[in-house]
Ligand binder design. Structure first.
Ligand SMILES: Cc1ncc(COP(=O)(O)O)c(C=O)c1O
Length: 371
């Protein structure tokens, strides 16, 4: 089927671009002796996880326990959960995961650690963890200089085993230029180096130094400490990635296919894709250069100025050949948010639609506790 015969709206994945993204990043990491454990929350698809494994990744970083459990069901051995847990139901799930694969938790808080230690004790498992280090995002994480003090305090928990340190330099999403991105890479490397050093000096195991984001990926490849990289968005890329000048538009693999359904006023057009396709995301960590809610492919004169749930509003600056009935493609600001809004994406090559890709790892995709 041709793309312009598809029902709109639809979320398309350009398979050639996606495969090129995977090969480019994975090959670069392997050439530098690094492992890639991608953040899977970007695509939330078992099929795409399989493709990532087939193109050289060694494990996954998960954004939800649902994702981790599904991947463990699929036989994936190396799994890390990105965020701490602090309730018994979640800690029990973490302990259960630790019994069936090489599962690594992340911890930055002693109260949460106590809950995880108790769950691990009850499950009869030694739960591996890394200490989250704040590399500049100022979200989770201990300060690098305090990593050894934190490790010392963690010794009270006999069922938790330290493996190393982890971070996400997400402050890079406030960067508007390549130079600012480069500075975030310096922050990431320096702060992880300090944490690794104070831990090693104090005699602690630091065999896993795990870090990553898509914009800082290449800047971390020759780092002597970081040995596992966690890019997520790299599989698709999006407007936010391109905004800092770090990524070419030709690398954007995910687009929303929409039809122009009305032309109510001069320079104003309405489309059949709204917030429930494109997402209202304009970047979580402060990039002020994002205009509107996506980039219309081939139409630099158009801005997506507004989204209601199922309708988008485009404004043309100057002349445009856009007409009611036209089919357009929009690169979302944040591909991870857009991909999470549909049960399926359509895989395309050139102008041919090849088939559906299930987005089967979305939140509450499992009925945990009610089965
Ligand atoms: C903890 C953590 N690690 C890694 C990533 C992947 O970052 P990116 O999507 O920039 O590749 C994210 C994304 O939000 C994250 O929250």
């Amino acid at each position: 089927m041709k793309i312009n015969e598809l029902q709109t709206p639809a979320i398309l994945v350009d398979l050639d671009r996606m495969e090129d993204n995977l090969n480019t990043y994975h090959r670069a990491a392997l050439a530098h002796g690094k492992q890639v454990w991608p953040m899977i929350k970007t695509h939330k698809s078992r099929e795409l996880a399989r493709l990532q494994l087939d193109t050289g990744c060694s494990g996954f970083l998960c954004g939800t326990l649902d994702e981790a459990e599904a991947l463990a069901d699929d036989g994936v051995q190396n799994l890390m959960y990105a965020y701490p847990v602090a309730t018994k139901p979640s800690a029990d799930r973490v302990a259960a995961l630790a019994k069936r694969c090489n599962f690594i938790a992340r911890i930055d808080d002693l109260d949460a650690a106590r809950i995880m230690d108790r769950a691990a004790a009850e499950a009869g498992v030694l739960l591996q963890y890394t200490i989250i280090v704040d590399s500049g995002l100022h979200r989770f994480g201990v300060q690098p200089e305090q990593a050894a003090d934190f490790a010392r305090a963690m010794e009270q928990f006999p069922h938790l085993k330290l493996r190393g340190i982890s971070t996400h330099p997400g402050h890079v999403y406030g960067a508007a230029t390549k130079e600012e991105v480069a500075q975030c890479c310096v922050d990431e490397r320096q702060r992880m180096a300090v944490a690794a050093q104070v831990l090693r000096q104090a005699g602690y195991c630091v065999d896993m130094v795990t870090s990553g984001s898509t914009p800082t990926f290449f800047g971390a490849l020759d780092d002597e400490n970081i040995n596992i990289c966690h890019p997520g968005n790299y599989i698709y890329h999006d407007v936010i990635q391109c905004a800092s000048g770090n990524v070419d538009w030709e690398r954007c693999a995910l687009t929303v296919l929409a039809a122009v359904i009305s032309h109510p006023a001069e320079g104003l057009y309405l489309i059949d894709a709204g917030a429930k396709c494109l997402g209202l995301d304009q970047g979580a960590h402060g990039n002020g250069s994002i205009r509107g809610f996506g980039a219309v492919v081939g139409h630099p004169e158009l801005t997506v100025v507004g989204l209601s749930e199922e309708v988008g509003k485009l404004r043309a600056e100057g002349p445009t050949d856009l007409q009611v009935g036209d089919i357009i493609r929009i690169i979302p600001n944040h591909a991870c948010s857009a991909a999470n809004l549909a049960s399926y994406c359509v895989g395309v090559r050139g102008d041919e639609a090849e088939g559906l890709i299930a987005v089967d790892l979305r939140s509450n995709a499992t009925k945990k506790g009610f089965e």
